[in-house]
Design a protein around this ligand. Structure first.
Ligand code: GLA
Length: 731
């Protein structure tokens, strides 16, 4: 529960009008089970962050926290502001920059009151109301504290009643202050098919910025997620680590500023780049949420916190089921017809998946979608390929015994499409510049309500016509070039309005179709964030499905996202044997994109068995706690395990990722997350037909204590390049 420490003037706390004017400070403690963010309001009403980290046993001790945890002078007394206003006495990076209706470019934010309420079981919302003493201009800071998961979701809202509009030039979601001796930032970068490469740096004085200006497919080069380790580089199970991410599917900016006192200021929010927002009197601007968790026990705990939070509080059906699927993208690309597809349904059934997913290429007639140059926007079945329409395919799949789903890219338009011909003003492009394409296509202007209705109508229309359609893969393959809206009266609102328009459409769709499985795809992982994952049940991390590459990509996404939401498909990208690719895909939400008829007898039998095994153990993988044991980043092996909450089952994955002579698991690997007092047996899963497991010969019963202290050797080597083990409590 959140507790307030009110040192003095308790009566002022819930006052709605005045600032605390008398001497003395108010402390607002936003607490979860293990962590606390403490805001101090001083006698002048300045709100500052005085603690972010482990929760103190006695809330009264927050009053002992010094103004600065370090010696030195803060000339402004707001280096640690809870929401730094620009233009006044501030000297550092602001959270808020505005031009008031009268042109005044400064702001000042003083505490008015705060309130707290339980908004759901285990979820406490604290709102701190701030106001500019000179203007009818208010900012509210919102902090949702998820008690059990130790996650804080923070956002701000801005409103005013000035005579005319106010121009918001910067409007951060979060402004935190973290004093430590040293700061190690792990951020992630990439591009198509090479997403999520970590890079750890020690922050030096001044600013380090993570941002994107791509508009859509915003995370192509850099996702909005980071790990911040205090005092020492991030370790898996030790040390202080903050994992943070911005829940926004557009341009974002996350700034880390080591200030003159060598404390760290963190600002996260929408990227102000080309995005000045004109706020009319009486209207409210609500920023997206910044999410973070503090762990005193390394990045492992930070990930487990985020996973639990995401499953319980964010991702639709996060604690529910997912469908295994067979996708036809790599099997056929654009080249298919009804006959080919119905044969694939039977293959899917034979393999044992739940659903067939028809990918790109099924639509458009005037400019048929036979390659990626045409047809986007014309969401009618292509009459040559699918003369009987989607309804026929749904029925055929169902009579083969599996469900049917489709690929859509509803935010996009091909220059060669009927949609473009009919509605050129719906396309984002500059009137006096040559069109420039990303994957031969353009982006629709989702800031336009008519376009929002169109996109909603496309998806709703297909679902209304095919009520048993079981799945939609929602793709987004282009960035925004030549950003300009033909209809938006404020050009600088386009980037923000686009994302809000997208969310509006998704909100409407979710209201009507609350349980429909939706895959979030963006040419791979160009859009993976918790803003979109409020609507999508799962995401596509990368088009790169090479088994070896995937170990790294999935490993790095796992810092922030739970396995139940991570779609891993077995394809022919990699040269590894099917067992290796299957073992890798099993670490998350498994699927296939292969030609089943090309599998030999053993491969087919192996895959059929693997799917059965998966359905038996998937609850541990999806709902269990993830423990990373050996990192592929620093070793020739990767090893990680999922442990059920009851600690009675675990699934343990091991892979060889290097090919140096005799590399593999040379020594036992220490397990984690088990109960030391209980006994366990270990069985190897996914044993390829015709091979033997040296592990399954052994029926030894081990204590959890032994397995976590001494360990167990999974016997990974070049001949056993992937080994999946099931650890079961022996009663
Ligand atoms: C993107 C996706 C792929 C596939 C193609 C279809 O690249 O990431 O999985 O759906 O589009 O064009």
């Amino acid at each position: 529960m959140i507790r307030f420490t009110i040192l003095l003037f308790a009566s002022l706390l819930f006052s709605t009008t005045a600032f605390p004017t008398a001497p003395g400070d108010t402390h607002i403690a936003i607490e979860t089970q293990h962590t606390a963010l403490v805001i101090r309001v001083d006698k002048d009403g300045d709100p500052t962050v005085v603690h972010l980290g482990k929760r103190l046993r006695n809330a009264g001790d927050y009053g002992l926290l010094p103004e600065n945890s370090k010696r030195g002078e803060d000339y402004t007394r707001i280096y640690n502001s809870a929401y730094t206003p620009a233009g006044g006495r501030n000297l550092l990076e602001p959270a808020l920059q505005v031009a008031h209706a009268d042109g005044n470019p400064s702001s000042d934010l003083r505490y008015v009151r705060h309130e707290t309420k339980n908004v759901a079981d285990g979820v406490v919302l604290t709102t701190v109301y701030l106001k500019d003493p000179q203007y009818p201009f208010e900012v509210s800071l919102h902090y949702k504290a998820y008690q059990k998961e130790d996650v804080i979701e923070q956002w701000s809202s801005i409103r005013h009643t000035e005579k005319k509009a106010v121009r918001l030039q910067k409007y951060a979601s979060a402004n935190l202050y973290i004093p430590a001796q040293k700061y190690y930032l792990t951020h992630f970068h990439g591009d198509w098919a090479k997403e999520m490469n970590p890079e750890e740096i020690q922050l030096t004085a001044g600013l380090k910025v993570l941002d994107t200006k791509l508009g859509t497919r915003a995370d192509l080069f850099q996702p909005p997620s980071f790990l911040l380790a205090l005092n020492q580089p991030a370790e898996e199970e030790t040390g202080e680590v903050i994992a943070g991410t911005l829940a926004w599917s557009g341009n974002y900016k996350i700034e880390f500023e080591v200030d003159p006192l060598r404390n760290l200021r963190l600002l996260a929010g929408i990227n102000p780049y080309a995005s000045e927002y004109t706020l009319a009197p009486g209207k409210e601007f609500v920023t997206p949420a910044f999410l973070f968790t503090y762990s005193g026990a390394g990045k492992g705990q930070a990930s487990r916190n985020l996973h639990r939070w995401a499953r319980k509080h964010r991702i639709p059906q996060g604690e529910g089921n997912r469908l295994t699927l067979l996708n036809n993208w790599e099997a056929t690309y654009f080249d298919f017809n009804e006959e080919k597809l119905t044969a694939l349904f039977k293959d899917g059934k034979k393999l044992g998946v739940d659903l067939f997913l028809l990918d790109d290429g099924w639509f458009a007639n005037k400019y048929p979608r036979n390659d990626d140059h045409t047809g986007l926007g014309d969401w009618q079945e292509n009459k040559q390929k699918l003369p009987h329409g989607l309804g026929y395919l749904v029925k055929e799949a169902e009579s083969a015994g599996i469900k049917f789903g489709i690929w859509l890219e509803p935010e996009m338009v091909s220059p060669k499409s009927e949609l473009y011909e009919k509605h050129p003003d719906w396309v984002i492009k500059l009137p006096n510049r040559a069109e420039y394409y990303f994957r031969n296509q353009l982006v629709l202007d989702l800031s336009n309500p008519k376009v929002q209705d169109f996109v909603y109508g496309v998806v709703d229309g297909i679902l209304a016509k095919n009520p048993t359609l079981g799945y939609i893969k929602w793709d987004c393959n282009a960035v925004i070039y030549n950003a300009y809206s033909a209809t938006n009266p404020n050009q600088s609102h386009l980037y923000v309005d686009y994302v809000q328009g997208l969310y509006k459409v998704l909100e409407q769709l979710r209201a009507k179709y609350p349980t429909l499985p939706l895959m979030l795809c963006s040419g791979g992982g160009g859009r993976v964030d918790y803003g979109a994952l409020k609507y999508f049940t799962e995401f596509w991390p990368s088009d790169n499905t090479d088994g070896l590459e995937r170990i790294f990509i999935q490993w790095n996404y796992s810092y922030f996202y739970p396995s139940i939401a991570t779609c891993n498909h077995i394809t022919d990208w990699g040269k590894q044997p099917i067992k290796f690719r299957t073992d890798v895909a099993m670490m998350g939400k498994m699927g296939y994109d292969i030609v089943v008829s090309k599998l030999d007898e053993k491969e087919l039998a192996f895959s059929q068995d693997a799917l059965k095994t998966y359905s038996r153990v998937k609850d541990v993988i999806w709902q269990g706690d993830l423990f990373r044991l050996v990192s592929p980043q620093t070793s020739d092996m990767a090893s990680l395990m999922y442990v059920s909450e009851k600690q009675d089952r675990a699934i343990w994955f091991n892979y060889l990722v290097g090919n140096r002579y005799r590399e593999g698991s040379q020594a036992p690997i220490r397990l984690k997350g088990l109960d030391p007092a209980r006994k366990y047996t270990i069985q190897e899963l996914n044993v390829f037909p015709g091979t033997n497991s040296p592990i399954n010969r052994n029926q030894t019963v081990y204590s959890g204590d032994y397995l976590m202290t001494v360990g167990f050797n999974p016997q990974v080597d070049a001949r056993r390049a992937s080994v999946v083990l099931e650890v079961t409590e022996s009663k």
